[in-house]
Structure formats: structure tokens, C-alpha cells
Design a protein around this ligand. Structure first.
Ligand code: ADP
Ligand code: MG
Length: 343
């Protein structure tokens, strides 16, 4: 076969392969958009593990009608202006790719209204093309409904796991957002059943209670560390005492400037901080927030922004370790197990 330039619709699917791996990726991108829009309430509804339907509705700023035609265009974004902006990203999204990639592999209905408009404007897209546009009554905010995900990419649809497994990933994801944004009320409904309701009352402990239960949340220890210099790194969060553990690491979350990330070095910092406090094979429940100047963290290194690169990884590592170790030692000045001292 001769070498050819891919048709735009083919190229769009390839990009979608990176950003939109599964229903949970769609939910993640839509939630990020709702939070970037300043929403104080976001509801997520899914059916059939998200493959049949995903609906994310927010009360954020909405999209002005004259900008609506740009939303699903690739690299159309309101969040960054030039390449320079990429060096200090303050929003969750910035690539202008998500809606384009989602719309390429599904049927998307977007209804949006700004506070300045009297009516909502809607857009129906199917497999990347605009099918219809309209005006309707709706409260201010945005609602995006994604139907028949990967309906035009059978190979990708085939690789989805069972609806319950995909729903579990979505539930896990919504939980992490609830922990990261405790001032936002999150609601998750799976096949008509309400699964997560976070109060959105700005109290981290109540968000933890919504995710891990009131008993675990009320027994958690507060961890805190801030570098003495102004503009320095700050770490805060909640961790379980050594008496409350789990057998795997999925109950620990790290948020960098409110973005949930996965980081081996940070997981290691947490393990190090607990050294001597836990039996091997046991892991704490923890939600750790790190804030640092946006120019000190590169979020543009991973297609789904799951991993980030720190300018000064050692500083982040030691701040996390100090915060956690400090909380544990304040709770129990002598590590109960003293593992290192066993000959
Ligand atoms: P990005 O988030 O990287 O800018 P997206 O494709 O996710 O790219 O969204 C494109 C644009 O559509 C955003 O920059 C934003 O202006 C607008 N938008 C998308 N979702 C919402 C929403 N829920 N509320 C308000 N504006 C939105
Ligand atoms: Mg986005």
C-alpha cells in the first residue's frame, strides 16, 4: 500500500484512541470541562457501563451560542492562547481535543446556556458530523449526553470490559473528583441507581465520608506540610492511622493542583512515611493534595494527563513524606512495629 495522508475522519479516530480509551475516559474529560466551567454541582448518569449512555450535567458558565460551532473542532479550546500558556496550565483541560475525540466515536448531544442567555442552545453530533442544532428551554449550565460509544469502531467496542467493570471504573473516577473538589456536589447514577452523592459543602472530611464511609472518614488523621518560603510547595490531606488499612494501593489518591494523578515516586514517598507503622502488604487510605506553582509541573506529558512531570521531584517527594510522617508521629510518637530495628 502506498504511503498516504490519513483522511481527517481517520486521523480523528486515532487521536480518540489515545484520549478516549473507555467510558471512564469520556466521563473524565466531561467532568474536567464541568469543573473548568466553574460548576458547583455536577451529575453523572451512565447506562450499560457507559457504552450505551453517559450524561454529564453541570451548572457551570455554559458556552455562548456563537462559540458553539467550535466545541467539537479539534484543537479548539478556550483555555490556552499560545504555546507559552502550556508552561503554566491552570485548568484541567487545555488541548481542545476531548469533545472532538468523543464526538468522532459516538453520538453527542450538547445542550448549553450561559447566564446571559434566555434559552439553551443544543447541538447533535454523530460520528463527528453535526446532525442538527436547536434552541430549547434549560437552566444555565451544560449537559453533554454521549450515546453508543464506539458504535462506529467495533474493534474498540469489543475490547470494553463488562458493563459492571466499566461502571466500577467510572465510580472510582467520580470518587476521586469528589475528593479533589470537596466544594462541588457530585452525583453519580448507574442504571438508574444513585451510587455516589457528595455534599459539596467544602469540608474534606464529608467528601471522604461520601467515598469511604463515615466511620473511616471520622478516624482519619490530618496531614499537613508547607515549605517555609512564600510560593513554596504545600501538602495537605487525610490519611488513615496504622490500624485502618487495605490490601491494595487503590485507596490512596494524589492530587496535584487538584488534578488526580498517578505517580510511583509519590506512592513510594507515602510508603516510606509509613515505614515501621504498617505490616508489609497493607496500605493506608489516603487523599493527599499537593499545591505548587503551575510552572513547576508539566501536565502535557501524557495523553490522558494521568501522569505529570515535576520540575523538582525531590521537593515534592520530601514535602509529601514530611506531611504524612508528621501526622503519623503526632498520632503515635513511637512507630508501633519498629520494623527496621528487628535484627
Ligand atoms: P479543552 O477542555 O481542552 O479546552 P474540550 O474539547 O474538552 O477542550 O472542550 C472544548 C471547549 O468547549 C472548552 O475549551 C470550553 O470552552 C468548551 N466547553 C466544553 N465543555 C464545557 C462545559 N461543560 N461548560 C462550559 N464550556 C465547555
Ligand atoms: Mg476538556
Amino acid at each position: 500500500m502506498p504511503i498516504r495522508l490519513l483522511q481527517p475522519e481517520v486521523a480523528a479516530k486515532i487521536a480518540a484512541g489515545e484520549v478516549v480509551e473507555r467510558p471512564a475516559s469520556v466521563v473524565k474529560e466531561l467532568l474536567e470541562n464541568s469543573l473548568d466551567a466553574g460548576a458547583s454541582q455536577v451529575s453523572v448518569e451512565i447506562r450499560g457501563g457507559g457504552a450505551d449512555l453517559i450524561r454529564v450535567t453541570d451548572n457551570g458558565c455554559g458556552i455562548p451560542p456563537d462559540e458553539l460551532r467550535f466545541v467539537a473542532q479539534r484543537h479548539a479550546t478556550s483555555k490556552i492562547g499560545d504555546a507559552h500558556d502550556l508552561e503554566a496550565i491552570a485548568t484541567l483541560g487545555f488541548r481542545g481535543e476531548a469533545l472532538h475525540s468523543i464526538a468522532a466515536v459516538s453520538q453527542v448531544q450538547l445542550t448549553t446556556r450561559t447566564a446571559a442567555d434566555d434559552a439553551a442552545h443544543s447541538l447533535l453530533l454523530q460520528w463527528g458530523s453535526t446532525v442538527s442544532q436547536g434552541v430549547q428551554a434549560a437552566p444555565p449550565g451544560t449537559s453533554v449526553t454521549v450515546r453508543d460509544l464506539f458504535g462506529n469502531v467495533p474493534a474498540r467496542r469489543k475490547f470494553l470490559r463488562s458493563p459492571s467493570a466499566e461502571a466500577a471504573r467510572i465510580s472510582d473516577l467520580v470518587s476521586r473528583f469528589a475528593l479533589a473538589f470537596c466544594e462541588v456536589r457530585f452525583l453519580l447514577t448507574i442504571d438508574g441507581h444513585s451510587v455516589i452523592t457528595s455534599p459539596g459543602d467544602s469540608r474534606p472530611v464529608n467528601a471522604l465520608a461520601a467515598v469511604y464511609g463515615a466511620e473511616v472518614a471520622s478516624g482519619m488523621l490530618e496531614a499537613r506540610y508547607s515549605e517555609p518560603a512564600a510560593g513554596g510547595y504545600e501538602v495537605w490531606g487525610f490519611i488513615t492511622p496504622p490500624s485502618v488499612t487495605r490490601v491494595n494501593r487503590t485507596y490512596t489518591s494524589f492530587f496535584v493542583n487538584r488534578r488526580w494523578i498517578q505517580s510511583r515516586p509519590l506512592s513510594y514517598a507515602l510508603e516510606e512515611a509509613y515505614r515501621g507503622f504498617l505490616q508489609t502488604g497493607r496500605h493506608p487510605i489516603a487523599a493527599i493534595h499537593i499545591s505548587l506553582p503551575p510552572q513547576d509541573v508539566d501536565v502535557n506529558v501524557h495523553p490522558t494527563k494521568r501522569e505529570v512531570r515535576f520540575q523538582h521531584e525531590d521537593r515534592v517527594f520530601s514535602a509529601v513524606q514530611r506531611a504524612i510522617r508528621g501526622a503519623l508521629l503526632a498520632h503515635s510518637p513511637v512507630p508501633p512495629l519498629q520494623v527496621e530495628q528487628i535484627p
